[in-house]
Design a protein around this ligand. Structure first.
Ligand code: PMT
Length: 335
């Protein structure tokens, strides 16, 4: 079977962009299925927000990559690069800076506090040992660190400051992003969006997908995918217009990074674009805002990196400082 013919979104209106098959965001929601945890997420977020003090700053952090299924009964999918390090580490930092955090993450990607024990190279069992009397305990060299992470994790979870909601596919992500955005909008400037997830730019609409596993016996597979509308536009303009919005820009070509980050700011009109290169993202990022023509560079040294310092510490401090100023400049602002 050839997915070219099936994937084109023939029956829906296209954006006026000349010659480009970009559907508008509302149409996207009409033609894709919401995730099964949408209702659960709505209820939990409502409870979470009700627990917060009236002046509590809240951040939505998105983290990890979205998948794009090739079949409705999915065996195969196209994935987006992201381990979830940026998001999970930033979540820890924002919590320590006093934020309430909604962590919207890709299932099985890194999670705050747990992230230190989910590396591919080291499984859970390598942290444990059996005692002479047959019990299992944490190896002494890990005890202090695990105790600290466990106590932080429990403090924020039990204290109602951390809520974790997971997604897998692009559609899951977008439905959940819209839901959280609409729920955070009434908080106005107190709410921040920190969009670190790596979001797919191409997809196959569910009504155009193969129902069952694509058969290899049918020969070569040619894929034609529709362009995903940029959801930053409705987020900034309609869903949460009074909130503080930080997006990320990831590139591999250094020539493109700065121009594309500036372009995103001009196009969507939000507050900050954090630009990073795939291979240097752990020690160098650039903050672009509309107030300044030059980006603010945040970097840590290789020595700092080697001793376990996370760039997210500096990054979240800087973003939090700017957000605080934004709140002061827009007191009590809602949509
Ligand atoms: O998780 P790690 O391994 O630590 O890696 C972190 C990271 C490199 C993934 C992260 O720092 C990062 O850059 N995340 C954004 C990746 C991304 O989607 O970049 P982009 O240039 O394709 O998109 C730019 C922005 O547009 C993003 O904020 C995204 O939320 C938004 N977008 C993307 C696609 C889409 N259809 N609609 C959107 O609004």
């Amino acid at each position: 079977m050839n997915l070219i013919d099936n994937a084109v979104f023939d029956s829906v209106p296209l954006s006026p962009l000349a010659g480009r098959r970009v559907i508008d965001p509302d149409t996207y929601f009409d033609h894709n299925k919401p995730p099964t945890n949408l209702e659960w997420a709505h209820t939990e977020i409502e409870k979470f927000l009700r627990r917060q003090a009236p002046d509590q700053r809240v951040v939505l952090i998105t983290s990890g990559g979205t998948t794009v299924p090739l079949e409705n009964n999915t065996v195969r999918f196209v994935d987006n690069f992201s381990a979830g390090t940026r998001g999970s580490c930033s979540a820890e930092q924002f919590l320590s800076l006093g934020y309430a955090v909604i962590f919207l993450y890709r299932e099985k990607s890194l999670q705050p506090f747990n992230r230190n024990y989910s590396e591919n190279t080291r499984g859970l069992l390598s942290y444990l040992e059996e005692t002479e009397d047959g019990h299992v305990k944490v190896k002494p060299e890990w005890e202090q660190k695990i105790r600290r992470d466990l106590s932080e994790y429990r403090k924020y979870m039990d204290g109602g400051k951390l809520l974790m909601v997971n997604f897998t596919t692009l559609a899951d992500y977008l439905f959940l992003l819209r839901e959280v955005s609409l729920m955070l909008a009434p908080l106005g400037s107190r709410a921040m969006f920190y969009l670190a997830a790596a979001v797919s730019d191409f997809f196959i609409p569910s009504h155009s997908m193969a129902e069952h596993k694509i058969q290899s016996g049918d020969g070569d597979l040619t894929l034609r995918m529709n362009q995903v509308p940029k959801f930053l536009r409705p987020l900034v303009k309609n869903w949460a217009p009074a909130c503080y919005i930080v997006s990320f820009k990831l590139e591999t070509d250094p020539e493109l990074l700065g121009p594309k980050a500036k372009h995103a700011l001009d196009k969507y009109g939000h507050q900050v674009v954090i630009a990073n290169m795939l291979d240097t993202r752990k020690w160098q990022v650039w903050l672009y805002t509309r107030e300044s023509t030059e980006p603010c560079v945040i970097q840590i040294s290789q020595q700092q990196l080697a001793v376990g310092r996370d760039i997210e510490q500096d990054l979240t401090e800087e973003i939090s400082r700017r957000h605080q100023q934004f709140v002061a400049d827009h007191p009590g602002s809602t949509q």
